[in-house]
Structure formats: C-alpha cells, structure tokens
Design a protein around this ligand. Structure first.
Ligand code: NDP
Length: 320
C-alpha cells in the first residue's frame, strides 16, 4: 500500500553501468535525478571478479570496485542515490507513477529503466560456492583468465555456441555440455561449434556437481541422462550459458516487450512505447550485454530524457 508522495524530474531505476551512466549525464544536465538501486546495488558486475575489458582501467579492476567508482561519479554530480526497489509502476498517464518498496509512490516526468537482466544458473550449491572462482556466466568477461586451460560450458543455445567458440580461441579444450541430443542454437552457430577442433560436444549430459579444492574449480561431475552413467571432467573453468532473464516483471502490461521479456526500444534510441519512459542497458539488450554497451545506452537514455523534457517545455510534440 503506497502512502507517501514525492515528485521528481528524472527517476532512474537500477544501478548497473547503464543506471549510473544515465545518472551522471542526467545530474550534469541538472535533471536532479533520483536513483533507486534495486536489491543488488551495482548490478551484475558486483558478482564478477576482474573486469579487464572496460576502457579506462589499463590494469583491470574488480567488478565491485568499478561499480563503486560509477556510484561515486554519479554522486559527485548530485544524484540522489537511494537503496530500494521499484515494486510496481503505472505509466498509463502523466506524470508516471512508480511505487518503491510497496510503500512510497514517486511521480516522475521521466523514468529511465536500467533494471538489467539476471543470468540463469543451474542452481547447484557448488555453482554458488565457486562463482567467481572458476564458475562464470560470461565467457567474454572471464574467458581470458582460463587461457591455455581446459574449461566446460553448459548450454546449447546461441549464447552457449558463441561463448564456446570464443573460449576455444583462448583455452586448450572446451567441453560443451548439451542436455538433449541436439542444439537449440541456429544452424550456422552449430556448424561453427562442430567445426572447432578443440570443442568437444557431450550430448544428453547434465551437470551433477562442480568439483573444487575449496578455493578454485578443479572439475565437473556430469551424468548421462540416458544411461545414468557419471563421469568427471578435469576443468579449471565452468561457464554457464543457459540464458538470461530480463528484470521486467513489473513492466508487464505497461511497456512493449519481446517474447522473452526484453523491453522494446525505438531502434537507435532508448525510447519505449510510452512517452517519457526510456530503457537502457541489458533490460533492452539481449545481444551485446556488455558493461560498456550498457553504459553507452545509459548515456543515451539521459540525453533522450533531457531532450524530451526540453521539447515539452517548449511545447514541441514528442512522438515515441
Ligand atoms: P536460449 O534460451 O536460446 O538457450 C538456452 C539453452 O540453455 C538451451 O539450449 C537450453 O537447453 C539450455 N538450458 C537451459 N536450462 C538448462 C539447464 N538447467 N541445464 C542444461 N542446459 C540448460 O538462451 P540464449 O542465451 O542462448 O539465447 C537467448 C536469445 O538470444 C536467443 O533468441 C538467441 O537466438 C539470441 N542470441 C543470438 C545470438 C546471435 O545471433 N549471435 C547470440 C546470443 C544469443 P534446451 O535446448 O534443452 O532447452
């Protein structure tokens, strides 16, 4: 039940690279942004260890440290950063309404959605135990740390196929664990996988346990779901590529989404189908999903919001 009311010019939901970059730009444009961080301040990057591919950090940085830098930069320009999550929204009329923590209603002239996506995991306790210590859900982010080593990847969609071929360029051997007797990935991607000599596809196979020495991954126990036979593979890295879920449940029925729940934006912009509501980062991008692309689209969202407000002030009709 919502009780308090507050009005803001620019409300940012989510605190990953997209949200913080939107905040930096919106604050510098004097939109006095208010950000709600969500339940995981800093977003997906707080789950990773080293980040080596974000420009500007020549010697690398840990994910949590990088997000701390983003936060400080957003705060430096006056972003009002608050811990809390958006529990429901009403975009049916202006100003937009966003309920925070089921308690407080914020009305906003513009809303920037940067709620991100969540990697799907197998749900094994050992997967959580070694997350960041050999277990990863992002080959592009973490593959480099397994240069010359043996790794396994689970999944059979386009992401898994793409990540397996990416890993094959870096690693000695890549075991690809496919739970059925066929791929879900497109024919072209499957062709690439099957023609990469150091990828070994193991069909009808599920992961039973990730094995480790208490510090790092040392192997994976797999089971053939046809015969029940178990075997161990010696690997230093274990990649999970079984899909992502965009964090868009609260926007259902309010904003246009694709079949898998990613928010739709007007190509080349961050405009959603509702005026004054903008989407940036992984919540609207199932394809690139990189910190730097998310940050770029956060910048775009703030510029789109600023231009929308300026056009409204001068009574120019904005079509989204
Ligand atoms: P998908 O949902 O397409 O595939 C997920 C894969 O993971 C499936 O093969 C599924 O198996 C497997 N899986 C799910 N749960 C488990 C589990 N518990 N154990 C083992 N395997 C499991 O996700 P993607 O991330 O691959 O792709 C998402 C979308 O993005 C797709 O539309 C894809 O085409 C697109 N994409 C396109 C790319 C490109 O064009 N270059 C690159 C990357 C993604 P099963 O098949 O048995 O269900």
């Amino acid at each position: 039940m919502s009780e308090e009311l507050e009005h803001v010019q620019c409300l940012i939901i989510g605190s990953g690279p997209a949200g913080y970059t939107a905040a930096i730009y919106a604050a510098r444009a004097d939109l006095k942004p208010v950000m709600y961080t969500g339940m995981e301040p800093g977003g997906q990057l707080t789950q990773t260890t080293e980040v080596d591919n974000f420009p500007g950090y020549p010697t690398g940085i840990t994910g949590p440290e990088m997000m701390e830098d983003f936060r400080k930069q957003a705060e430096r320009f006056g972003t009002d950063i608050r811990f809390g999550y958006a529990s429901s929204v009403d975009f049916s009329s202006l100003p937009h309404k966003v309920v925070i923590d089921d308690i407080k209603t914020i009305t906003a002239d513009t809303v920037i959605i940067s709620t991100g996506a969540t990697a799907k995991w197998l749900g094994l306790p050992s997967e959580g135990k070694y997350n960041g210590f050999g277990v990863s859900a992002c080959a592009v982010c973490d593959g480099f740390f397994f240069k010359g080593q043996d790794v396994a990847i689970v999944g059979a969609g386009d992401t898994a196929a793409e990540e397996a071929t990416y890993l094959a360029k870096l690693c000695k051997k890549v075991y690809m664990l496919v739970r059925r007797d066929e791929f879900r990935a497109s024919k072209a991607m499957v062709h690439r996988v099957l023609n990469t000599p150091n990828i070994e596809v193991i069909y009808n196979t599920e992961t039973k346990e990730i094995l480790g020495n208490g510090k790092n991954v040392t192997g994976v126990r797999v089971v053939n779901n046809q015969t029940g036979a178990e075997s161990d593979l010696d690997v230093e890295g274990f990649f999970v590529a079984i899909g992502h879920k965009p964090n868009t449940d609260i926007f259902k029925g309010q904003l246009d989404m694709d079949d898998t729940g990613y928010l739709k934006t007007v190509p080349g912009s961050t405009l959603t189908n509702v005026e004054g509501v903008f989407a940036s980062g992984d919540v609207q991008d199932s394809y690139y999903r990189q910190a730097v692309t998310a940050a770029g689209s956060g910048c775009m969202a703030a510029l789109d919001a600023e231009r929308y407000l300026a056009a409204k002030e001068h009574d120019v009709k904005v079509v989204s």
